[in-house]
Design a protein around this ligand. Structure first.
Ligand code: UT7
Length: 323
């Protein structure tokens, strides 16, 4: 039996910090409202000319250094993103070339909004388990600031930019125990950027290319769905909450994370939180949190991690793994 195992992680955040105090000067909001309703205090914003691939490349370099592998050791690259540099080539192709990864290896993007990283991890795990790759890099990278309507206080306070990367290697022991992916397109209108290239540039209004969200409705479905999914994930592996050392959740809102931890029966001390400093970085949020927990020494080898995400589509997914 072949499993995939994480051999290194890395992350990158753009330099520019946007605080709640900055947002108070842009829209009718307050630091106390944002902190109380979301847990977010600040987020990072990509600089001019800094694109998704640039964030991904920086995170990937950190992950390769941590894993002690060179670019030609990696034969598969999958990037979860909903804010790619270009329509094509995929961001993964741009990153593959920039890093000098194995030419002729696999490289493609996965689009699943905030669940992009978990979706990409699932696909990479399948490549490894079926012998299609020996070492795979999985990246979540986003420039959400480019799809934010900076006059909409319901959304502009939430999102940030960043990237996180993990390197998986084939091995005889877990590694990843299981992954669980789901989608339900009936909720399209609750969370969307309602423009894409197929509509033509002439159909793009100034608001068209920006996030539109019915936050309160998204919140309720997210809490319900994530609660169900964490249970599904534990049952599939014959485990209970007592077997989980760390919950590494998508960082959309502290209240959603608290509700999921409660459902799992996990104290918040066993949850990796980056929402206060990063905001919601969509696909990048889980690998950013994972890297933070590993680098500060909280997450240790041999511990069990439960990763979970929920996002536009709706899409949702989880992964249970031994680090
Ligand atoms: O990444 C995955 C997908 N995204 C999410 O998971 C996000 C899910 N949703 C949320 O996180 C929350 O719904 C929000 C943080 C977006 C909003 O919190 P809420 O507790 O659901 O607030 P609400 O939308 O019900 O709005 C409550 C009030 C409204 O005022 P009225 O109508 O009661 O007078 C809003 O207009 O808060 C007002 N409001 C704000 N006030 C100050 C909305 N945004 C702001 C703001 N500052 N930024």
């Amino acid at each position: 039996m072949t499993y995939s195992r994480i051999i290194g992680t890395g992350s990158y955040l753009p330099e520019k910090v946007l605080t709640n105090a900055d947002l108070e000067r842009m829209v009718d909001t307050s630091d106390s409202w944002i902190v109380e309703r979301t847990g977010i205090r600040e987020r990072r914003i990509a600089g001019e000319g800094e694109y998704c691939s640039h964030l991904a490349i920086a995170a990937a370099r950190n992950a390769m250094a941590a894993a002690n592998v060179g670019p030609t050791d990696i034969d598969c690259l999958i990037i979860g993103t909903c804010t790619p540099d270009q329509v094509f080539p995929s961001t993964a192709c741009l990153v593959q070339y920039a890093l000098g990864l194995k030419p002729g290896g696999v490289a493609f993007d996965v689009s699943a909004a905030c669940s992009g990283f978990v979706y990409a991890l699932d696909v990479a795990d399948r490549f490894i388990r079926t012998g299609g790759a020996r070492r795979a890099m999985v990246i979540g990278a986003e420039t959400m600031s480019r799809v934010i309507n900076w006059t909409d206080r319901g959304t502009c306070i939430l999102f940030g930019d960043g990237a996180g990367a993990v390197i998986l290697e084939a091995g005889d022991e877990p590694g990843i125990y299981s992954t669980h992916l789901h989608a339900d397109g009936q909720y399209e209108n609750l969370l969307t950027v309602p423009w894409g290239v197929s509509q033509g540039v002439e159909a793009m209004t100034p608001e068209g290319g920006k996030i539109v969200m019915r936050g309160n409705e998204v919140f309720k479905v997210a809490v319900r769905t994530l609660g169900r999914m964490v249970e599904e994930t534990l049952v599939a592996n014959g485990m209970t909450h007592a077997d989980v050392d760390w919950l590494v959740p998508h960082q959309a809102n502290i209240r959603i994370i608290q509700a999921t931890a409660r459902k799992l029966g996990l104290p918040m001390e066993r949850v990796i939180l980056t929402v206060a400093e990063h905001g919601n970085t969509s696909s990048a949020s889980i690998p950013l949190a994972l890297d933070a927990g590993i680098r500060d020494g909280r997450i240790k080898r041999g511990q069990n991690l439960l990763l979970e995400a929920f996002g536009g589509g709706f899409t949702w997914g989880s992964a249970l793994l031994r680090y």
